[in-house]
Design a protein around this ligand. Structure first.
Ligand SMILES: [Fe+2]
Ligand SMILES: [Fe+2]
Length: 268
């Protein structure tokens, strides 16, 4: 199964830190339509907009309406700390929510159960995964385990500290509680896909592999100085990930979609 993982598109009518999020996301979508027409699923792991404004969600909706891939290839959207849950749901009428109103749902795919999580919390950029959300996730993973299906988690916030001070200051608050669930369902969860940090990441948490692409707009620099108050960013290539989910393994490619014009082809 071929999954396209996009994150942190930050749709906004004006440039952010000198980068135009609308032009960049349009370039991302155009690249996917041209080079990944066989994608089975496309998921955007939050920070859909920069300020959670209705006009930005409307603009996003318009861009997705003209995106040529259809049916199961329609991008699945989850929210991040820059989003507004209620404004998002007011624009996207088909928003799926759990019984407590969080934007969480599951989907059965050829690779197993895709689990979309809501780690947003109004008033803070940090991630939250409260007891009600954890109860929902536990139920979902129990069901997947009972059915003998692998589960693949999608979330905005990084599930573990990344050793970059300004990113870890707005990480997942209930990290220990979240890890307890991961440890319990390590046999069921195959991979965790997330964003939030705006730089490429991979590793494992509680024995479960994870990955994140860069933002499609303002790409950050992993800064290990320990200085909380600064965020490195610059004109680095934005990316999305192309992920192959197989029975025997997972393969993830980072595609710097603005660099396609630099490709040279050598005859073997
Ligand atoms: Fe972001
Ligand atoms: Fe974020």
């Amino acid at each position: 199964m071929k999954l396209i993982h996009i994150s942190d598109i930050h749709i906004h009518p004006a440039p952010i830190l000198g980068f135009d999020p609308i032009a960049n996301f349009e370039a991302c979508l155009a690249h996917i339509a041209e080079f990944q027409p066989d994608a089975d699923r496309i998921v955007i792991t939050g920070d859909l907009t920069h300020l959670g404004q209705a006009q930005s969600y409307q603009r996003l909706k318009g861009m997705l309406e003209v995106f040529p891939l259809r049916g199961e290839q329609r991008p699945r959207l989850i929210i991040g700390n820059h989003d507004s849950r209620e404004t998002y749901a007011s624009v996207f009428a088909d928003t799926k929510r759990d019984e407590n109103g969080f934007v969480q749902w599951t989907e059965e795919t050829p690779a197993g159960t895709f689990v979309y999580l809501d780690t947003a919390e109004p008033g803070t950029h940090a991630g939250h995964y409260c007891a009600r959300r954890r109860a929902w996730l536990t139920g979902v993973l129990s069901e997947a385990r009972r059915a003998g299906k692998p589960a693949w988690l999608f979330m905005h916030h990084n599930p573990i500290a990344v050793h970059v001070a300004n990113a870890d200051a707005i990480g997942l608050i209930e990290e220990a509680e979240f890890h307890a669930i991961l440890r319990e369902y390590r046999d069921t969860v195959r991979h965790i896909f997330f964003g939030h940090c705006h730089f490429t990441l991979s590793g494992q948490v509680c024995g479960i592999p994870f990955s994140a692409p860069r933002s499609t707009n303002h790409v950050c620099w992993p800064d290990f100085s320990g200085i909380v108050s600064r965020m490195g960013y610059g004109a680095f290539s934005p990316s999305y990930n192309v992920c192959f989910l197989g029975e025997t393994g997972t393969v993830i490619h980072s595609v710097d979609f603005l660099d396609e014009h630099k490709v040279l082809w050598a005859d073997d």
